[in-house]
Write a protein that binds this ligand. Structure first.
Ligand code: FAD
Ligand code: NAI
Length: 464
């Protein structure tokens, strides 16, 4: 009889955990995945990436129809109206199909789903819904949860987090978003398009922390043009709710006179924190770092032998594709192969309109490391963007001044999320800006702007 019930148990079935489990099973390991939710897929499929993109897509269609953008293309109609219930129903259908798809993949690959919450009772032992299960290797993939804001109680009706903001049953007249990060701008865009006046209250003096400075400025300008209001360098000190209305009290981040703001809905989106509270880490002597993350080495090993960690619960960007790649790599390592993730080349995308995407270093960070050259090309000069009337944004390529190696690429464009993939691939291959400039790009495509930005690194774009 085998020493352990399983070779591998993965705790959490988000993009990190379900991918790790499927890969481990593909590699011939007896694998189980513990998940407490009713459906597989984690934050991303249930209350994150997928439902938010469903609403972003649907609200964009509504705005295009309602705002008359289609008329200039000769598509005329009248009587446009919003059926929010139907919008939510279509979103729910996408979520159901995708989460069901993971269940299918578990069955196909013979991954056992252990339903319930997992808690360590020893290095190789978990308690799952009162049952003890053992494995030679255990992967922590428990993801992250919303960071609470002291003094602000989430009721998921008037004061919501991202999960509540994905399920509002009516369009608020005034929505205040606390936090000008990715969630604030994506979900703020959804409700603005559907008719809400949106004010973003941000603690820092700019939105989108961590992104390239020029991109942050361009994004702020474009969102302002779309109708977003900002209160920057401002901290919220409390929210009270009375009769279905919220009153926020705020003061300048640097201190000063308090002011108030009324809203029908408040979205709290000030970041997410690793999810380890009920995991029983004490039972195995595993400590989290100051940011609450489970520290790992290059191979995703924690300090406890046989215990590994990936995804949002571990250090690094809190992104689904980062978690997925770590899922494949950790399973490879557990099986005795070599699993590596290059954390220097993880693309980030904000799915607003235009989209905002980046990979590698910002111009500010690259400058700190040494001399650089920068090439920029505006979407205004790209023929396809001009034809489609979606000319907002630019492509910016940052290269090493001596070697010409591409260090970072930033794109603001309607298709930035798709365009960023080619430069991520180029960077993985160690490309120079000249390599990109000499690569034939199909015409007419938005991607030609990448080639032209690469040509601009050495000062010779054609179309500007
Ligand atoms: P998670 O997806 O959080 O999954 C962890 C799972 O573990 C959960 O299902 C949880 O129930 C389970 N779990 C936790 N503890 C236990 C336990 N003790 N026992 C059993 N199960 C447990 N990222 C992108 O890349 N692109 C996007 O467009 C995007 N959009 C987002 C939109 C929103 C609104 C939000 C909130 C996030 C978004 N993200 C996006 C981030 C993305 O969702 C996360 O980075 C990703 O889900 C992390 O994957 P994970 O596997 O580490 O954890
Ligand atoms: P975030 O870290 O992107 O932004 C949070 C913002 O809140 C920051 O600008 C921060 O300065 C601000 N802030 C913090 N405390 C504040 C306070 N007290 N008052 C006012 N502002 C305050 O976090 P967000 O938007 O909550 O998203 C969490 C994570 O989810 C993201 O970092 C990202 O990893 C992931 N995500 C990814 C998406 C994508 O890839 N498209 C979409 C949505 C989420």
């Amino acid at each position: 009889m085998a020493e352990f019930d399983y070779d591998v148990i993965v705790i959490g079935a988000g993009p990190g955990g379900y991918v790790a489990a499927i890969r481990a099973a593909q590699l011939g390991l007896r694998t189980a995945c513990v998940e407490g939710r009713e459906t597989l897929g984690g934050t991303c499929l249930n209350v994150g990436c997928i439902p938010s993109k469903a609403l972003l897509h649907a609200s964009e269609l509504y705005e295009e129809a309602m705002g008359g953008h289609l008329t200039k293309f000769g598509v005329e109609f009248s009587g446009v109206k919003l059926n929010l219930d139907q919008m939510h129903a279509e979103k729910a259908k996408a979520v159901k199909e995708l989460t069901g798809g993971i269940e299918f993949l578990f069955k196909k690959n013979k991954v056992t789903w252990l339903k319930g919450n997992g808690r360590f009772t020893g290095p190789n032992t978990l308690d799952v819904a009162g049952q003890s299960v053992t494995a030679k290797d255990i992967v922590i993939a428990t993801g992250s949860v919303v960071t609470p804001l002291p003094g602000v109680e989430i009721d998921q009706k008037v004061v919501v987090d991202s999960t509540g903001a994905l399920a509002l049953l009516k369009v608020p007249e005034d929505l205040v978003v606390i936090g000008g990060g990715v969630i604030g701008l994506e979900l703020g865009s959804v409700w603005r398009r559907l008719g809400a006046r949106v004010t973003v209250v941000e603690y820092l003096d700019q939105i989108l922390p961590g992104m390239d400075g020029e991109v942050r400025k361009e994004a702020a300008k474009l969102f302002k043009k779309q109708g977003f209001e900002y209160k920057l360098s401002t901290k919220v000190t409390g929210v009270t709710v009375k009769g279905g209305k919220a009153t926020l009290t705020m003061e300048p981040a640097a201190g000063g006179a308090a002011e108030t703001l009324e809203a029908d809905a408040v979205l709290v989106a000030i970041g997410r924190k690793p999810n380890t509270d009920t995991l029983g880490l004490d039972a195995i002597g595993l400590k989290v770092n100051a940011r609450g993350q489970v520290e790992i080495d290059h191979d995703f090993r924690t300090s406890v032998p046989g215990v590994w960690a990936i995804g949002d619960v571990a250090p690094g960007l809190m992104l689904a594709h980062k978690a997925e790649d770590e899922g494949v790599a950790v399973a490879d390592n557990i099986a005795g192969h070599t699993g590596i993730v290059n954390h220097d080349v993880i693309p980030s995308v904000v799915y607003t309109m235009p989209e905002i995407a980046g990979v590698g270093l910002t111009e500010e960070a690259a400058k700190e490391r040494g001399e650089i050259k920068v090439g920029k090309f505006p979407m205004m000069a790209n023929s396809r963007a001009k034809t489609n009337r979606d000319t907002d944004g630019f492509v910016k390529i940052i290269a090493d001044a001596q070697t010409d190696k591409v260090l970072g690429v930033w794109i603001v464009a309607s298709l930035a999320g798709t365009m960023i993939a080619e430069v991520a691939l180029a960077m993985e291959f160690g490309a120079t800006s000249e390599d990109i400039a000499l690569t034939c790009h199909a015409h007419p495509t938005h991607s030609e702007a990448i080639k032209e930005a690469a040509m601009a690194v050495t000062g010779k774009p054609i179309h500007i």
